[in-house]
Each structure stands twice: as C-alpha cells, then as structure tokens.
Ligand binder design. Structure first.
Ligand SMILES: Cc1c2[nH]c(c1CCC(=O)O)Cc1[nH]c(c(CCC(=O)O)c1C)Cc1[nH]c(c(CCC(=O)O)c1C)Cc1[nH]c(c(C)c1CCC(=O)O)C2
Length: 346
C-alpha cells in the first residue's frame, strides 16, 4: 500500500536522488496561455487584486496542477509585491507590464516604509497555506521572490528597460544609494521567504531575471553577493530550507555559482548549452531547465528533439525539467501536453 503521504519527487531530486524521469514544472505555469486563467483574470480586477485575493490566487495556482499534474505548483504572485509592501506605487497596465513610481535617490528611499512589514503580504501567505492544504502530497509547493538586482531595476526605472540601463548607470554613479536599496531588499526578501516556508512552501526560488545585464564587477557585488546573503539569512532561520536560484543570462558565471554552495538548484536559461552545463554546473548541483519557450510555442518534431536532448543530457544526476524562461501567452496547450508526454516517456 502507498503511504498516506509521499515525499514529492521534486524534493527528492533536490535532495540528491536521481529519478528515471525528471520531475517537471514550468516557470509562469499559471498564466494567460490557459483559458481557465484568463477567465479568472477577467473577473479579478487588476493583476495585483488577483495576487492579493487568496480565493482566486489559490485557484489559479492550482489550475495547471489539475490540468497537467506538474510535480510542483508555484505560488501565484509577483516579484514586485515587495516594493509594493515597502510603500512604492506599483500598477500593471494591461499589455504594458509593470509601472512603478521610480525610486532613484535618497529622498525616494526615505519615502518608503522604514522597515518591511510582512503582514502587508498576509493575503499572499494565506494563499500559500490554502494551496499547501489543497495540493496532493506528491506535489511540491514553491514560493519565490525576485533577487535584489532584478527588483531594484524595476524600482529605479519604474518599468521594464532595455539592458536595465537606468539601474546599471545608477549602480556606477551612486554606490551609497544602491547599497542601501539592496540592503533593504535583502532584509525584506529573507523575512518574506521565511514566512512563505513557514506558511507551507516546500522550497523557494529566487528569480534573477536580469543577471545577464551585469558586467563582472557589478555581478559579484549586486547579484551574487545579495543572493548569497538572502540564502544565508534564510538558512540561518530555517536550516533545512531548499533554495533554487534562476540567474538568467549568467552564462559561464553559472559555474562559480554552482561551486559556491549558495543554491540547492540552479535554473538554466535557454541560451545555456546542456552539454556544457552538465559538465560545469550539474557536476556540482541539481539543475533545472532549459527548454526554449519558443520551441514550446512552435511544437512539432523539433519540440520532441529539444526535449529529448535535455532529458538525455541531464539523465543520471539530479535534474528538474523546466523551460529556460517563463511560458509565453501564445503557447498552445496541446504543445504543453506533447512536451509532458515526451518528458514522462508515455
Ligand atoms: C521579472 C518578473 C516579474 N514577475 C516575475 C518575474 C521573474 C521571472 C521572469 O523573468 O519572468 C515572477 C512571476 N510573475 C508571476 C509569477 C507567478 C507564478 C508562476 O506561474 O510562475 C512569477 C513567479 C505572475 C505574473 N506576473 C505578471 C503576469 C501577467 C499579468 C496578467 O495576467 O495580466 C503573471 C501571470 C505580470 C508581470 N510581472 C513582471 C512583469 C515584467 C510582468 C508583465 C509581463 C507579462 O505581462 O507577462 C515582473
């Protein structure tokens, strides 16, 4: 007989087990490519209203699990809820992405809340509790936050910017400002991730979506450094915490990250060659990734070949199948099904 509770496969793999078929989930798996998401989204009000509504956020977190049986659910929220909780104006204009009132000087920083109050994110933590209760025991629940550099780039520019130029310029010009902003984000992120773990998240992922914009000196100081301080802070509070890091565009710097012991899992974006990553990253740590989201949009025999290459290259050591960045809204659901059959070998 099966035991009443089963350790989720995804957690066993993070803990070092190799499985015949990799566990699988997709970044942004709850989203606009799903008709049932669009239906809830249409009656939720704004995007942030949806993030702060535990009923609806729980529902959209569970939708891709019901439909596809992924090995992990990821909390439905956003990396920009931390700036919002710090008192920054944050809105999501339909089709335009995030808009924030820029914080780019000492006065802007002082106008934010003096400290991070995690209770401002109580509805998000309530969603974590409800999702964990509703999920099958074999499905892992992932919490997350953005890494300080990525979040700071939005806080400073107030929107998505090519190569994060405004934030990068300020990093050169005003080291004192940058350090105090990043320090606040490190502290807030530790508190927030610990609260997510306490509410029932089995692991947490740190999204460094813009690692690729940083030259070497800035990378160590504003990406690797703050991420490692977050990981240390979380582990000091919760020694068993499992931490996934997705440093998009980190390229060959992935090897240094893999050797550092900061992450239990390293996410590989779609530009990373699986053969290289197998030798230089997976040799040290569990990897996650790295199918090109556009390969999933295109479908057909190239999709099967791309899935096969990733599964075969990373077989025999811990690997979590995923995309190399978030799933795109135009992705056909049938292609997700095709990909899953291929990964699962059925
Ligand atoms: C940079 C970043 C953001 N948010 C996030 C990142 C890091 C990952 C990455 O690089 O993609 C992380 C994120 N955003 C969202 C999740 C939910 C969980 C999941 O299913 O993965 C997660 C993990 C929901 C969302 N976050 C957002 C949506 C779409 C908004 C909608 O449904 O109206 C979703 C489902 C909005 C968002 N949020 C953000 C942007 C740039 C946008 C607009 C782009 C877009 O519209 O796709 C900031």
């Amino acid at each position: 007989m099966e035991p009443a509770t089963t350790k989720p496969l995804l957690l066993s793999v993070i803990d070092g087990k190799t499985s015949e078929r990799p566990p699988v989930w997709l970044m942004r798996q709850a989203g606009r490519y799903l008709p049932e998401y669009r239906e809830v989204r249409a009656r939720a009000g704004t995007f942030l209203d949806l993030c702060y509504n535990p009923d609806l956020a729980t529902e959209v977190t569970l939708q891709p699990i019901r439909r596809f049986g992924f090995d992990a659910a990821i909390l439905f929220s956003d990396i920009l809820v931390i700036p919002h909780a710090l008192g920054q104006d944050v809105t999501f204009a339909e089709g335009e992405g995030p808009r924030l009132r820029p914080v780019n000087d000492k006065e802007g920083l002082e106008a934010l809340a003096p400290s991070f109050d995690v209770d401002r994110l109580a509805p998000v933590l309530e969603t974590v509790r409800r999702v964990r209760t509703a999920l099958p025991s074999e499905t892992a629940l992932l919490g997350f936050c953005g890494a300080p550099w990525t979040v700071a780039s939005y806080m400073i520019a107030g929107k998505s910017t090519p190569d994060q130029a405004p934030a990068r310029l300020l990093a050169y010009q005003d080291d004192v400002f940058f350090a105090s902003l990043v320090d606040r984000l490190v502290d807030a992120s530790v508190t927030y991730l610990v609260a997510q773990l306490d509410a029932g998240a089995d692991a947490v992922q740190i999204f460094e979506s813009f690692a690729g914009a940083l030259p070497p000196a800035l990378f160590d100081r504003w990406s690797l450094g703050p991420i490692s301080r977050i990981a240390e802070g979380v582990r000091a509070a919760r020694p068993q915490a499992r931490i996934l890091v997705f440093p998009r565009g980190a390229a060959q710097r992935l090897e240094m990250l893999a050797q550092s012991g900061i992450a239990d899992v390293i996410g590989l974006d779609w530009s990373v060659d699986p053969d290289w990553a197998q030798e230089h990253v997976q040799a040290h740590v569990c990897v996650q990734g790295n199918l090109d989201p556009l390969s999933l949009v295109a479908g057909g025999s190239q999709l099967d070949a791309a899935v096969d290459r990733i599964v075969a290259t990373f077989a025999g050591r811990p690997h979590i199948f995923n995309l190399g960045h978030g799933i795109l809204p135009e992705t056909p659901v049938a292609h997700v099904e095709q990909m899953l059959r291929r990964v699962r070998g059925v």
